[in-house]
Design a protein around this ligand. Structure first.
Ligand SMILES: Nc1ncnc2c1ncn2[C@@H]1O[C@H](COP(=O)(O)OP(=O)(O)OP(=O)(O)O)[C@@H](O)[C@H]1O
Ligand SMILES: [Mg+2]
Length: 491
């Protein structure tokens, strides 16, 4: 404790409303101390928006908090219980390698969860060691920050520290802890857990808590639990539309990885699609393509049906009526998703107002992209800047015909061509976290301790709609290889 900043207050304002829920929902436990915490990366802009002081966070005591070696006043570390359908099989889970240390109250008056991921064993660890390694934690940090830059609701990443301990997978890896910031960590699986393990009153307590925390501004109507289900459906419909529009593939959409807040969570095997193809899968364990790009909306609906099932006892006292209400609500998901997606696609094509032919126009373009293995992001970028030579199928008659129809459609708008261009610039990112760039940044950081590649990539990804010259360098997909890109669940 020689650091002169050790006593500076970082600005943490901890509270712990989650601990007001019945004890069934969590286990209070102390984090495992780690031998040699070292700060690898700190998200200074996020820290500022949380009202935290960078210098104090970087100090020895500040880093000790990120490592779980010291708890700020008001923190109450606990592991949250949850269940989940993993690849359609129901399992009891819970934070097996994470701890919610408390909820921080931001200067804007928001309440956010502060969670340490990779902080050691908990009562829910099953056979696992409770730990995480540097590569996957930095990967989560990068991709979640890229998602935020793209305007997609997500958990955020405040810091990554190494622990000074090795962890063992197929090889020895440096242990690390990610500090995650989330609107909450309540998952569809938390409700499944309540329905399976608790009484109706426990379930009601969780539903009331969730409503108050995330939907207090919404209209509860005469059935607050049905309203909760419908509000979650709305937020998830909008979220999944944003994933599809950005070409994001989550990779492990188990019900325990779907939040009630509508934020993206768990960046294990996720990746962004290069060439457009609805069948794209990156995760090495998703052999049947359950979580393929094109399946994500259906899977989200399936997961929400599991949420509805868990809520049945609260929806109506007569089961038959409850099922009817639930089914009716779930039916609404695809419509919510589709209208957000369609509006988003219109914006990507510079179209301000709907016309009946838009769906056909969009479908034809996507079909051409699939057929010609066109890069999803770069095709829209090329259309935005009128650089048709950059479109994979630019020489084809069917593409020229499509382009003619699109131009006619643009010409029928009352808005100017410049307005349409501006809309497209704001809707089509210049860069996404390309898999080869992410890998290169991780290799430099983990193998060589060089964070500069990652920092530079993050700068580019944080403002994807800026369309700077610098971003061009990051736009290219990887050269084709014999082996497809594969992701693995975070270790
Ligand atoms: N090394 C580990 N030790 C103990 N439990 C683990 C370990 N890795 C994963 N788990 C647990 O297995 C379950 C499924 O893991 P999954 O990869 O979905 O989550 P995660 O990436 O650890 O966390 P999160 O969903 O919070 O981002 C979770 O309950 C998780 O806590
Ligand atoms: Mg998970």
């Amino acid at each position: 404790m020689t650091d002169q900043n050790t006593n500076i207050d970082a600005g943490w304002k901890f509270d712990h409303s989650y601990a007001s829920l019945p004890e069934l929902f969590y286990s209070k436990i102390n984090p495992n101390p780690v031998p040699a915490p070292d700060l690898v990366i700190l998200n200074t802009s996020l820290a500022a928006s949380l009202g935290l002081k960078t210098e104090a966070l970087k100090s020895e005591r500040g880093v000790a908090v990120f490592a779980g070696n010291e708890m700020p006043a008001g923190a109450l570390p606990l592991a949250q219980a949850y269940a989940g359908h993993q690849f359609a099989y129901f399992t009891m889970l819970g934070d097996g390698r994470a701890l919610l240390i408390g909820e921080h109250l931001t200067p804007a008056g928001e309440r956010v969860d502060i969670q340490l991921k990779g902080s050691g064993r908990t009562p829910y660890s099953r056979g696992g060691d409770g730990k995480a390694s540097l590569g996957p934690m930095l990967r989560e940090y990068m991709i979640s920050e890229a998602m935020h830059g793209l305007g997609i609701p997500t958990t955020r990443s405040l810091a990554v520290v190494t622990t000074g301990q090795s962890i063992y997978r197929e090889m020895e890896l440096p242990g690390a802890i990610l500090t995650r910031v989330a609107a909450s960590h309540i998952r569809v699986g938390t409700f499944q857990y309540a329905a399976q393990q608790g009484s109706v009153e426990d379930l009601r307590a969780l539903a009331d808590y969730t409503w108050n925390r995330h939907y207090a501004e919404a209209d509860p109507g005469d059935n607050r639990y049905l309203a909760l289900l419908k509000e979650v459906i709305k937020r998830q419909g909008e979220l999944i539309a944003k994933w599809q529009l950005a070409g994001f593939i989550h990779g492990v959409m188990n019900t325990d990885n779907m939040t009630l807040s509508g934020e993206t969570i768990d960046y294990g095997p996720c990746a962004f699609m290069d060439a457009y193809n609805p069948a794209t899968v990156f995760s090495s364990i998703d052999r049947e393509g359950r979580y393929a790009y094109g399946n994500q909306p259906n899977i989200a609906a399936w997961n929400l049906a599991r949420l509805a099932e868990a809520l049945l006892p609260l929806l109506h006292e007569e089961e038959e009526k409850a099922v009817e209400l639930a089914e009716d609500a779930i039916q609404g998901f695809i419509d919510v998703f589709y209208s957000h997606w369609l509006n988003g696609m219109r914006a990507k094509l510079g179209l301000f107002h709907p016309e009946p032919e838009d769906e056909g126009l969009i479908k034809t373009l996507l079909d051409l992209m699939t057929e010609h293995h066109a890069d999803y992001t770069n095709t829209f970028k090329a259309l935005t800047f009128g650089k048709l030579e950059d479109v994979a199928m630019s020489g084809r008659d069917d593409f020229r015909q499509w382009h003619g129809h699109w131009q006619e459609r643009l010409g029928r708008q009352t808005k100017s061509a410049e307005d349409a261009h501006q809309l497209m610039r704001a809707s089509n990112p210049a860069v996404i976290p390309r898999n080869h760039r992410v890998e290169a940044a991780l290799e430099a950081a983990v193998e060589r301790g060089d964070l500069s590649v990652l920092e530079k990539l993050l700068t580019v990804l944080r403002n994807p709609y800026a369309h700077t010259v610098e971003q061009d360098e990051y736009a290219a997909p990887a050269e084709p290889t014999t082996y497809p890109y594969r992701t693995f669940c975070g270790t």
